[in-house]
Design a protein around this ligand. Structure first.
Ligand code: SF4
Ligand code: SF4
Length: 361
């Protein structure tokens, strides 16, 4: 397998130690040594030395959520997310992707989403139609919300309506490229999707990114891949925090204690930790989760639930256990994917709310 010198250096320098072992949400959920970042590094180093075949580690390569908890904890500065993404990219270039990943990549290229969906629910279609006129502000919903969490997407629109914002939503919203980047990294097709999305966004002064998954791609990865974005990209959470601050979004504390589940893309990757807190504390009594802000523990996503649903359930259950251990019974999410994942854990002892649920309650 071809691998850049930079990634080889990270794989070979990783000490396969215990420093990041305990914080991997996948390793903790499965309890398998092979699911941990250090085992992934070891596997890649064995492939690089010709000791085992790439096909032997591909399932393991796709177990990584890219949540960056290991990168954050590695005091020696090695980056398991970077080398895992590069292996995915090389596998795509060498046509050695597992079938279940290849199918999702094909769906991304054909339909713009990994689920191969083409039809929106009626409620969302109607909401989008009300905001088809051009304005300065584009609300970008993202594939997960549009196709897999339609009620949440519609509510995201309703919250902005409640605050009196004039905005546009695209009926034919392009893919942000975030799913392609997760599945196969920086191949040409990923960059082409990103460039097409940036072109659509550049027709607006401000783009409000509802899903933190897209927000990370647009605000961080586009720049890394040389995709030009002239529009001002703002996360939905930061946008809401401004609306609360200006009084446009009237806040009333209707709920008691809640804990906030920090989305890693916001708190770890984009350094946005206080915006969500400003919104939540305006509508409820904010308590802190065990491991919060940049230390957050990822609670699962919709994309990986397509191929490892049982593991996603375990990941979500573990995060719910963190909240319950603190005596908390309500978790507020800022990521639509984590919202769906936590709901899918079907724990009746805890209430899962999105920011929109909280505001529209
Ligand atoms: S990434 Fe860092 S902390 Fe994790 S196993 Fe490698 S050297 Fe240890
Ligand atoms: S990025 Fe997250 S899921 Fe992947 S190895 Fe690191 S801690 Fe585990």
């Amino acid at each position: 397998m071809m691998m850049s010198e930079k990634c080889k250096q990270h794989v070979d320098s990783c000490r396969f130690c215990w420093m990041c072992h305990h914080i991997c949400p996948i390793g903790n959920a499965t309890g398998h040594e092979r699911s941990t970042p250090r085992a992934r590094a070891l596997g890649i180093s064995l492939v690089n030395r010709g000791a085992i075949e790439l096909s032997e580690i591909m399932d393991n390569i796709y177990e990584c959520a890219g949540c960056g908890a290991c990168v954050h904890d590695c005091v020696t500065g090695w980056d398991p997310v970077m080398f895992t993404k590069e292996v995915r990219m090389q596998a795509a270039l060498e046509d050695r992707l597992p079938d279940y990943i290849g199918k999702m990549v094909d769906a991304c290229l054909e339909t713009g989403n990994a689920y191969g969906k083409t039809v929106l629910c009626e409620r969302l279609s109607a909401k989008i139609a009300e905001h088809s006129a051009p304005t300065d502000t584009l609300l970008f919903l993202g594939a997960d919300a549009r196709y897999m969490a339609c009620k949440q997407a519609a509510q995201a629109i309703e919250v902005l309506e409640k605050a009196g914002v004039r905005f546009t939503v695209l009926a034919d919203e392009p893919a942000s490229g975030a799913q392609m980047d997760f599945l196969v990294g920086a191949i040409e097709e990923t960059k082409e999707q990103m460039a097409a999305a940036a072109k659509a966004m550049n027709g607006y002064k401000t783009v409000v990114l509802y899903d933190p998954f897209d927000a990370k791609a647009v605000k961080q990865t586009y720049h890394e891949y040389g995709v030009e974005l002239s529009a001002s990209a703002v996360t939905y959470t930061a946008f809401l925090a401004e609306l609360v601050k200006s009084g446009a979004l009237k806040a009333e504390k209707k709920l008691g204690a809640v804990v906030l589940q920090d989305a890693f893309q916001l708190s770890r990757d984009l350094g946005e930790t206080e915006e969500a807190r400003a919104v939540v504390s305006a509508f409820a009594e904010l308590h802190e989760m065990h491991l919060n802000r940049a230390e957050t523990v990822w609670a699962g996503n919709i994309l990986m639930a397509q191929y490892i649903p049982d593991v996603m359930k375990l990941v979500a259950k573990r995060r719910i256990f963190n909240a319950k251990s603190l005596g908390e019974d309500t978790i507020v999410t800022t990521s639509v994917s984590e919202y769906v994942s936590l709901k899918n854990a079907e724990d009746e002892g805890v209430k899962i709310l999105s920011l929109e649920d909280l505001i529209l309650a």
